[in-house]
Design a protein around this ligand. Structure first.
Ligand code: K1U
Ligand code: ZN
Length: 169
């Protein structure tokens, strides 16, 4: 298993829209395992393939306390349920040291395929629903900070650029 590099905002490659997966082969299984290893290593509860510079429609999540309940979603499609919303503080492995409250659908269901191409459907609420919406946004090139005001997002971009330059010096 390999650890993959996680792209960081404002990297333009985070803005790419992911393509559907068409090949359900051993490479897909191996890539999904690398994504899980990368997510666990980074301490995240989710990860989208776009974040590791593979613009394919694959996400992984694990919200269990034991970190032993990995879930892999290939070609996921999100369907909101009802009109209830929730406000949750989110973080992102591609935007370190930043948290912001985002309004999301409280309940969703997701139609997806596993690494062998078999279709399945998952219903979600609470943090799993929030995390799935966050990861599905990544597949569209969207980040949780896009829900902030333009001014706040620009201040954040400047701060992170400054930190990046300081790290490189
Ligand atoms: O997609 C990502 O960048 C992963 C992200 C997922 C996420 C977190 C919080 C709300 C919505 C989506 C993370 O896992 S960032 C790390 C984090 O915030 C966290 C880690 C462990 C427990 C709870 C949150
Ligand atoms: Zn994220």
């Amino acid at each position: 298993m390999a650890l993959l590099e996680i792209l960081r905002f404002p990297d333009d490659r985070l803005r790419v829209k992911a393509r559907p997966v068409t090949n359900f082969d051993g490479q897909l299984e191996s890539f999904a395992q690398d994504m899980l290893a990368t997510m666990y290593h980074a301490g995240g509860i989710g990860l989208a393939a776009v974040q590791v510079n593979r613009p394919q429609r694959v996400i992984v999540v694990d919200l269990s306390e034991t970190r032993e309940e990995p879930r892999i979603f290939v070609n996921p499609e999100l369907h909101p349920v009802g009109e209830e919303y929730c406000d949750t503080e989110e973080g992102c492995l591609s935007v370190p040291d930043m948290r912001a409250t985002v309004r999301r659908h409280a309940r969703v269901w997701v139609q997806a395929q596993d690494v062998q191409g078999r279709s399945f459907r998952t219903e979600a609420e609470g943090m799993l629903a929030v995390c799935l919406q966050h990861e599905l946004d990544h597949l569209e090139g969207k980040l949780f900070i896009d829900y902030l005001s333009p001014l706040k997002r620009e201040r954040l971009r400047q701060r992170l650029e400054k930190e990046r330059r300081a790290e490189a010096a």
